[in-house]
Ligand binder design. Structure first.
Ligand code: TRP
Length: 440
């Protein structure tokens, strides 16, 4: 059966970058970097993205293109045996991630509203922190917004308006970049911003710990959409003439650049306004309104910022729902509509306790974590690293001839290929395994 293909090489890169760039870069990266002490974390994160991230993304895309099949099907087709477990893990990861991703996506919708009614137009750290925490701990409001975000994602996936989204992201991503650049200029000229800038870019390697390494590893996988499934599926739609090496390099550079800009935008502002860098998941939502309150037409900029953030989040959430939907279509023979609705309903239901665990259910701890943190931990710090470790072994030991053939098609030299193979066979599993063990 002919599989649909991306319209162009650019279309493929944009779709993959659209999946990667999202809340991970703008919501998650700044607070995780800030809680981990800044500079050293930035360098470790960058190092992981450009080594492990690059090789594993390449591996996923090559597996997808070689097999011409989605997450589970690809491993079944190329190897059979127990290997499809990697694909099942990938589908599970996407399902779990989307449940709390949609909760945070809902926050961005709420903040568009708050931009218009002007309630967040203040630079008072206490007030902004209060607004955020009373919003996310409310038993109903964030759940409703979570539902709206999930419904939007579902609408796109069943309505087949992906093409529209692709066109939209062609201008949305440059717009987001430009807005962030403008905001960075404003932030860096605030008194006290330099301290935050230095905090963000000056590495203090004495702060490196096992917990920080696993944070960096998990965030690298999360922000690059390396949850086993998406890049495999996207790779299966790539024409044989496309160069996977340059495509994955582009996706990684664009994502890492967005993370870096987000850090430059948020962290100096945190220091300039005297917020707490360790404020956690609210950091971007608490800090950015203070910046807007220092801009002419601040409400407009605020609304624009949260709108673009919402769109970036949607292009990511669509990719997540797409993976679980195609899985349900292939494995259970469901129609596209039924599969998407069923999966979205499950994801919504799982997101409800995630949202409530930040408020009325915050005392219900499992393994010392609330449910929201547990989902995050389970995916970023356990399932994704484990899945990627298995993928490295799969590429290096099991499917190498096929993967190498995919990569050799568009040029890489023999010695580069050999280096990549050795990396997948030994270094990548050892590194990921070591970080996982240090964390436990
Ligand atoms: N990378 C996206 C972000 O940073 C989230 C995401 C989309 C994702 N697809 C994924 C994370 C697959 C892990 C796996 O916002």
């Amino acid at each position: 059966m002919a599989r649909s293909q991306w319209g162009s090489r650019l279309g493929f890169i944009l779709a993959a970058a659209g999946s990667a760039i999202g809340l991970g870069a703008i919501w998650k990266f700044p607070y995780v970097a800030a809680t981990n002490g800044g500079g050293a974390f930035l360098f470790i994160y960058l190092g992981i993205c450009l080594t492990l991230g690059l090789v594993l993304m390449l591996g996923e895309m090559a597996v997808g293109r070689a097999a011409h099949a989605g997450a589970v099907g690809a491993f079944r087709k190329l190897a059979g045996g127990g290997w499809p477990v990697i694909g099942y893990m990938g589908v599970l990861v996407c399902f779990l991630i989307l449940s709390f991703y949609s909760v945070v996506g809902g926050w961005t919708i709420a903040y568009i509203g708050k931009s218009f009614d002007g309630s967040i137009m203040t630079a008072d750290a206490k007030a902004l922190g209060g607004i955020f925490s009373s919003f996310i701990s409310h038993p109903l409001e964030p759940v409703v917004y979570h539902g709206v975000f999930a419904a939007l994602t579902l609408g796109v996936v069943i309505g087949g308006v992906q093409q529209g989204i692709e066109k939209l992201s062609k201008w949305m991503m440059p717009a987001l970049f430009l807005l962030m650049l403008a905001l960075i200029v404003r932030v860096l000229t605030l008194p006290g911003a330099m301290e935050g800038l230095l905090y963000f870019v000056t590495p203090d390697f004495s702060k490196v710990s096992g917990a920080m390494l696993v944070d960096a590893l998990g965030l690298a996988f999360f922000s690059l959409s390396l949850g086993l499934g998406i890049m495999v599926t996207y790779g299966s739609y790539v024409g044989k003439e496309s160069n996977l090496v340059s495509a994955s390099l582009w996706v990684i550079l664009l994502t890492v650049a967005t993370c870096f800009l987000a850090g430059l935008m948020v962290l100096p502002a945190v220091f300039a306004f005297g917020f707490d860098p360790a404020a956690g998941p609210g950091l971007t939502f608490i800090t950015m309104p203070a910046v807007f309150s220092h801009l002419p037409m601040g409400q407009l900029f605020s609304a624009l910022f949260f709108c673009l953030l919402l769109l970036a989040a949607l292009t990511s959430s669509i990719s997540l729902l797409e993976v679980v939907t195609s899985f349900a279509i292939d494995e259970f023979g469901l129609s596209r509509r039924a599969a998407a609705i069923g999966m979205a309903a499950g994801i919504f239901l799982l997101g409800v306790p995630a949202s409530l665990s930040l408020g009325i259910w915050s005392d219900a701890l499992l393994f010392g974590m609330n449910f929201f943190d547990l989902l995050d931990y389970l995916t970023s710090k356990l399932l994704m690293p484990l899945g990627e470790l298995l993928l490295a072994l799969f590429v290096g030991w099991k499917a190498w001839p096929l993967v190498a053939a995919e990569l050799a098609r568009n040029e890489p030299t023999h010695s580069l290929l050999l280096a990549m193979r050795r990396f997948c066979q030994f270094l990548a599993p050892a590194l990921i395994g070591w970080i996982l063990v240090v964390n436990i």
